[in-house]
Design a protein around this ligand. Structure first.
Ligand code: HPA
Length: 289
């Protein structure tokens, strides 16, 4: 386990130092933060880039170890909006603490971004889904057995007991539905269950997850969204269904196949993200609860 000190004052200071290091490298101020999931890194090609900062050059940022995760912050204009793209994310299964995994989310918020778009590759538990489907996340279930907010509390990071009645903004979901319809992109909606990984699930586990109300399962997103809510982001989550989790007809999958399906769906996801970003007219602070 890679651990930071549990002292919350230190966390606040580390965030500030990261932010100031970034500000010393670029004057660009983003409104929208975007986190790209496994195999979905191509969106950055469409960003009119003002600055790209490798994670290794940002103090206290973790470094990406997983294949297909590049590891840099890309600042620039996408669909006329000021964005910062996190090209490469961190997973609990890599051995990072959840404080590490979610540290960049806190930095993105402190950089001034108010909207957070999160994408991921996920297994499809809902039997209506097909491989390559795009699903707007309507809600989530934290099944990771841990929580990124556990530990001493610091009010400067947000409230102690964040409200979770609407972690995924209904306003952004409806903008995304409009954007999808206008661009003839088929989308679905579903509940995402976050697990620690790194193994994929057994047939019995998929059966259990579906019976608990999950449509999707994946190894990211949930910690980022929990911290994102605490930090005051308005959030939209989009999953790409990379494998079908039918407990009765479970076929072996491997990570290469999952990345391949994510890559194939990537251009459509990019179109959707660009259309959604164009529709976010007025990013507003999520009301503190
Ligand atoms: N399970 C967990 N995480 C995943 C899966 C899955 O089936 N597919 C893509 N990410």
């Amino acid at each position: 386990m890679i651990n930071f000190s549990p002292d919350p004052a230190h966390l606040f200071d580390r965030i500030s130092k990261s932010v100031h290091a970034i500000w010393s490298k670029t004057a660009f101020r983003p409104d929208i933060a975007i986190i790209l999931g496994t195999g979905l890194g191509n969106l950055t090609k469409n960003v009119q880039t003002e600055a790209a900062i490798p994670y290794g050059r940002i103090p206290y940022f973790p470094h990406s170890t997983v294949q297909s995760h590049a590891g840099r912050l890309v600042f620039g204009v996408l669909s006329g909006r000021r964005v910062v793209v996190m090209d490469g994310r961190f997973h609990y299964y890599e051995g990072y603490s959840l404080e590490h995994v979610t540290f960049p989310v806190r930095v993105l918020r402190k950089l001034g971004a108010k909207v957070l778009l999160v994408s991921n590759a996920a297994g499809g538990l809902n039997q209506q889904y097909k491989r390559g489907d795009l699903v707007l996340i309507s809600d989530h279930i934290n099944f990771m057995g841990v929580n990124p907010l556990i530990g001493p509390h610091d009010d400067r990071l947000g409230v102690r007991f964040p409200d979770m009645s609407e972690p995924y903004s209904k306003r952004l979901i409806s903008l995304a539905e409009k954007a999808a319809a206008e661009n003839k992109i088929q989308i679905r909606k579903g509940v995402y269950m976050g697990v620690s990984g790194p193994n994929l699930e057994t047939a019995a586990e998929y059966r259990l997850m579906h019976s608990l109300g999950a449509d999707l399962v994946g190894m990211s997103t949930v910690p980022e969204v929990i911290v994102g809510v605490q930090a005051g982001f308005e959030i939209l989550g989009i999953s790409v269904v990379t494998d079908l989790c039918d407990p009765h007809h479970l076929k072996p999958v491997n990570i290469e196949e999952i990345i391949q399906v994510a890559n194939q769906a990537g251009p459509t996801l990019d179109r959707l993200v660009e259309a959604v970003v164009a529709k976010i007219p007025d990013v507003h602070e999520r009301k503190a609860v």
